[in-house]
Design a protein around this ligand. Structure first.
Ligand SMILES: [Zn+2]
Length: 162
């Protein structure tokens, strides 16, 4: 297992190719690629809920939802958070993805194919963890950038990066 810092799983593949790894080595040696971010979990002792729009959340999918945050208490040193949790994006090397890697397809195209095949992106996992009351919108904004929700409206709204 090895760690490369990139924005998402598909970019990890192209980064490895840029580092000089032959595409056939990459596609035959790897089962897949994982991207991960660590977010703080809401403190269970002071967790409370609010309506997205009333809390100033202007993300369409979330503004109508009941969301959670930690008010802050003695158990969490008034931070509202306790512990950490990973959010993940797992990109399995299907036959199609393998072929695309062999042909040095762009990270954008590999990513679109993986999503078409059912990959949950970091943004989707982040959204799930927000709706489950495990972490806050602010934490997902912090680790994914405040425009992360645009990544949920796939595939046509995302501009190719390479
Ligand atoms: Zn607390």
């Amino acid at each position: 297992m090895s760690t490369i810092h990139t924005n998402d799983a598909a970019n990890t593949i192209t980064r490895m190719l840029e580092m000089g790894l032959a595409p056939y080595l990459l596609s035959s040696a790897l089962l897949g690629v994982v991207a991960q971010r660590l977010v703080r979990k809401i403190c269970p002792f002071c967790v409370t809920t609010y309506q997205g729009a009333e809390g100033g959340v202007d993300i369409p999918l979330l503004s109508e939802q009941t969301l959670s945050y930690g008010r802050g208490c003695s158990r969490c040193n008034e931070t509202g958070y306790s512990g950490r949790l990973g959010i993940f994006e797992v990109l399995p090397f299907s036959d199609t993805v393998r072929e695309m890697v062999d042909q040095s397809a762009s990270a954008y195209r590999i990513r679109q194919e993986a999503i078409r095949e059912g990959m949950d992106t970091l943004a989707m996992d982040g959204l799930a963890k927000i709706l489950d009351g495990i972490t806050t919108v602010q934490e997902i904004n912090r680790v994914l950038g405040k425009n992360w929700s645009q990544d949920l409206c796939l595939p046509t709204s995302t501009a190719p990066s390479t």
